[in-house]
Design a protein around this ligand. Structure first.
Ligand code: PGA
Length: 240
C-alpha cells in the first residue's frame, strides 16, 4: 500500500480529489465508487472545483455509493442519498440517471445485493473507489467480524459506529441497520483511495497497515489490494 501524509485537510482533499479527476480525464466513462461521512468532503470540494473550472466533466461517469441506512426514507436529511446530492452531485455535471445507491428499504436484502452486484458488473466494474475508515477498522459498514464478506448485505451496526454517527441525528434515533457493499465488492475495484484524518482514527490506521490481515480489522484486507493509496493527516499517522 502506498501511504501519503499531509499537514492540512485541503492538501488531503486535493491529493485524493486529483486521483479521481485524473481517472475521469483518462476515461470520461469511468465508474466511481463513492463514500459518505466527514472524511470525503474536502475531496468532493476539490472535484467540484475542478468541474467548475472546466478541468474535468463528470457527465458520462457512473457512480456507486458504498452504503445506505435501512429504515430511513431516501429523502431524509441524514440519508446518504441526500448527503451525496448536497456534497457532490449538485455541484458537478453528473447525470442523476447514472448515480447508484443501495436501497436501504428494499424488502429483500439478498435480492438488493444481487441487483447491486449485477449493476456494478454491467457498468464494467469500479475504476476507483473512495474509502474512509471507522474507529473500529470498518470500511463501508463492514464491521469487525469473524470472516470477510463478499457482495452487499444488510448489517447490524456496532455500538462504536452508532456512537460515531449518531451525532448527525437530531430528530430521530439513528438507524441500527444499513445495507453495505461487502469486502469482495470493494476489493474488486481497480484502484482504491482510503483517507483518514484525526487522532480517533490513529489506532485503526496502525492496525490496518501493520497488523495481520484479519476480519476483526476489516480494513486490513487492503494490504492485499494491488493499487491502494492511503492518505493521512499527521494525527491519523501518529501511531505509525
Ligand atoms: P467519517 O466516517 O468520515 O465520518 O469519519 C468514516 C467511516 O466510518 O468509514
Amino acid at each position: 500500500m502506498k501511504v501519503l501524509t499531509f499537514k492540512t485537510i485541503e492538501e488531503i482533499g486535493a491529493a485524493a480529489g486529483k486521483m479521481f479527476v485524473d481517472v475521469v480525464k483518462a476515461n470520461d466513462k469511468a465508474v466511481l465508487g463513492l463514500a459518505t461521512g466527514a472524511t470525503p468532503v474536502p475531496t468532493y470540494d476539490y472535484m467540484a472545483q475542478a468541474c467548475r473550472k472546466g478541468e474535468v466533466s463528470f457527465k458520462n461517469v457512473t457512480t456507486f455509493n458504498l452504503d445506505e441506512y435501512c429504515d430511513l426514507p431516501k429523502e431524509h436529511k441524514n440519508s446518504y442519498y441526500t448527503f451525496m446530492f448536497e456534497n457532490l452531485f449538485s455541484k458537478i455535471d453528473v447525470d442523476p440517471a447514472n448515480v447508484n445507491f443501495l436501497n436501504g428499504n428494499a424488502p429483500d436484502a439478498q435480492a438488493e445485493s444481487d441487483r447491486y452486484a449485477e449493476a456494478i458488473e454491467a457498468a464494467g466494474g469500479i475504476d476507483i473507489q473512495f474509502l474512509g475508515i471507522g474507529r473500529n477498522g470498518h470500511i463501508a459498514f463492514n464491521e469487525p467480524a469473524d470472516k470477510f464478506t463478499n457482495n452487499a448485505f444488510k448489517v447490524h451496526l456496532t455500538q462504536s459506529t452508532i456512537e460515531a454517527n449518531s451525532i448527525y441525528f437530531d430528530d430521530i434515533p439513528m438507524p441500527h441497520y444499513a445495507m453495505t457493499m461487502g469486502i469482495g465488492s470493494i476489493m474488486r475495484a481497480k484502484k482504491i483511495v482510503l483517507v483518514a484524518t484525526g487522532k480517533a482514527k490513529a489506532e485503526a490506521v496502525r492496525t490496518m497497515l501493520s497488523g495481520d490481515i484479519d476480519p476483526h480489522c476489516p480494513a486490513s484486507i487492503l494490504q492485499a489490494h494491488p493499487d491502494c493509496t492511503v492518505i493521512l493527516d499527521e494525527d491519523a499517522a501518529s501511531l505509525l
